[in-house]
Unconditional design. Sequence first.
Length: 145
Amino acid sequence: MEKECPVDFITVNENRVRLTALWVLLLVIVSFFTYALPVFIFLAIDFFLRAFNFGKFSPLNILSGAVVKQLKIPNKPIDQAPKRFAAGIGFVLSILVVILLLTGFTKTAFVFAIIFASFAFLESFLSFCAGCYVYTFLLKLKVIS
């Protein structure tokens, strides 16, 4: 399947994005063992900030920026639109997990948390943006234009 990604011609540092995905992965893994509702509430807020163009206020983005600067990790420009779309998916997944945990569907929440962790792992370690595939799928369904 040929993928399509949203484009806005504004660049971000891919290394910073991948580090942020690592923080997400670690938080989701911690929540596997604790079913920690506050973790997913935090992630929902953080993803909301990044998805709706308030990334400069995102705690995970700020942390990643500080680590990138401290470790002098080079800038690797990449278009921000696919990353914002993926953050929107992260927002939806985190809200879904919060709702499932609040309503007692912990096993279903766990399944969605595994999907969440898988997306974060793919981005962080393989620079594979699953969001572009979701975007392409939604385009084919004509859900987005």
